[in-house]
Design a protein around this ligand. Structure first.
Ligand SMILES: Nc1ncnc2c1ncn2[C@@H]1O[C@H](COP(=O)(O)OP(=O)(O)OP(=O)(O)O)[C@@H](O)[C@H]1O
Ligand SMILES: [Mg+2]
Length: 429
């Protein structure tokens, strides 16, 4: 019922909402909405298309969103004889008085628990108060952008005292063996140690993953126990599968055994990710270099993506194709980051970072040199670069990458090996 709907907007009722620039700012984190039903009754094509675009956003991937025209009148007609959805979005081009009258009519047919978001053209405190008094959850001023709709719907379900919903960072190689796992593990380590964020590195290379070796852990359980027992997955079950590496860092290890094969359906990891997201502030996904339904899905659903590439032509082509695809499938997200790794192998002809930057229309987040002694020592000792060589410039790069990927710093503000000059030359999209 509208009158008893969520009153979260109350505190903000006197501050008119503004229309922020899209896409989502790097430090803004919109938690995905649960499997709710949403019905929008629009009056303008612009709003209808913003809702349509929002319905394709990954954060609303689980929500069921229907859009029709006709505003409050159509909504009243629709619900006279049928139950209301979890969320109703009402657009009104009317004057304040008519908006309120439309809502009062709708209240007669609105089920308890249905939340209402109103989109109008009037920026007026008295109207906000009236709407809030009637239990309207949010009031947006047209014109609204895609992200405004995403934020409003998701905001209904993430109340302030809820646990923080985890940020998911997916790391993938543009080619096999480029060092994607090594970089993912070092970044995970830096997030936990330098930013003191509770993190889980999830090794998704079930057959060959090296996270256990790299963190010097040999846990009896890990990701395989979860993915092969889908019915048991919840936060408590996943917690038991984690092995603690440092104060803030845990590992969901790969078995790296071959008695089973690892063919998965596209949504095989959904429940695991939901459970992790519900309890861990930062989840680093170490993805194997393969293009399967489930790897693509994990990339598409991540909050941020890091593509690791070596400085050659195949890496350049693959990185470009992957980033192009991910950008067009995630139009409301920050574009995927990429970094170059193993740069400067003696006598090897390489493609310069500036050429990568030109082809990918974006500066690399970092250019990590080829340092076989440093990385070889770390790998063989089961240590991170920062442990083998504290204060080394490569360790510093991992720390800075961790900051950018967790939304703590802008890529262009990073210094040292993070290509500040190139970043200035090439504006991120
Ligand atoms: N900058 C570097 N300098 C020298 N060696 C490196 C560097 N980065 C990674 N390596 C080494 O390269 C090897 C491959 O790294 P890693 O396993 O992380 O690659 P990957 O991209 O995850 O491979 P896969 O395709 O098997 O998943 C490891 O031995 C690692 O120590
Ligand atoms: Mg790997």
């Amino acid at each position: 019922m509208i009158k008893h709907a969520h009153q979260a907007a109350l505190a903000e009722a006197e501050t008119p909402p503004t229309v922020p620039a899209e896409p989502v700012a790097a430090d803004e984190h919109i938690a995905p909405a649960p499997r709710v039903s949403v019905q929008a009754f629009c009056e303008t094509v612009e709003t209808a298309s913003a809702v349509q675009a929002a319905s394709e956003d990954r954060r609303l991937g689980k929500a069921h969103i229907k859009i029709q025209m006709g505003g409050a009148t159509a909504a009243f007609e629709a619900y006279r004889g049928s139950p209301t959805p979890n969320v109703i979005i009402l657009e009104s081009e009317n004057r304040a008085h008519d908006i309120i009258a439309g809502l009062d009519r709708l209240a007669e047919v609105c089920d308890a628990g249905t939340r209402v978001i109103v989109i109008g053209r009037i920026n007026d405190v008295t109207l906000y108060r009236e709407l809030t008094r009637r239990g309207v959850s949010d009031y947006l001023i047209a014109p609204v952008g895609t992200v405004d709709i995403v934020r409003a719907i998701c905001g209904l379900f993430s109340h302030p005292d809820a646990k923080p919903v985890g940020r998911i960072i997916a790391v993938v190689g543009a080619k096999g063996g480029v060092g994607a796992s090594t970089i993912g593990h070092n970044i995970g380590f830096a997030i936990a140690r330098d930013l003191a964020l509770d993190s889980v590195v999830t090794d998704l290379d079930l057959a060959f993953g090296t996270a256990g070796l790299d963190y010097n852990q040999d846990p009896p359980q890990g990701i395989a126990d979860a993915v092969f027992s889908p019915d048991r997955i919840d936060t408590a079950f996943i917690d038991r599968l984690l092995s603690k590496c440092t104060d803030h860092l845990s590992l969901l290890a790969a078995p790296a055994t071959h008695d089973r094969v690892y063919d998965f359906g596209a949504d095989a990891f959904d429940a695991i990710l939901d459970a992790l997201r519900g309890s861990i502030p930062c989840v680093v996904l170490d993805l194997p270099h393969q293009w399967a339904g489930w790897t693509k899905r994990l990339l598409l659903s991540a909050d941020d993506i890091l593509v690791v590439a070596g400085p050659d032509l195949a890496n350049l082509r693959n990185a470009k194709n992957m980033i192009d695809l991910l950008r067009s499938a995630r139009p409301n997200d920050h574009r995927p980051f990429y970094c170059l790794n193993q740069v400067g192998v003696p006598k090897r002809p390489e493609i310069a970072p500036a050429d990568f930057a030109k082809a990918l229309e974006d500066a690399p987040l970092a250019v990590i040199p080829f340092e076989p002694h440093l990385f070889g020592t770390a790998a063989n000792n089961g240590q991170m670069v920062a442990e083998v060589a504290a204060g080394h410039k490569t360790a510093d790069m991992f720390r800075q990458m961790a900051q950018v990927l967790t939304g703590r710093a802008e890529a262009k503000r990073a210094s040292g090996g993070l290509m500040p000059l190139l970043s200035k030359l090439i504006k991120r999209g």
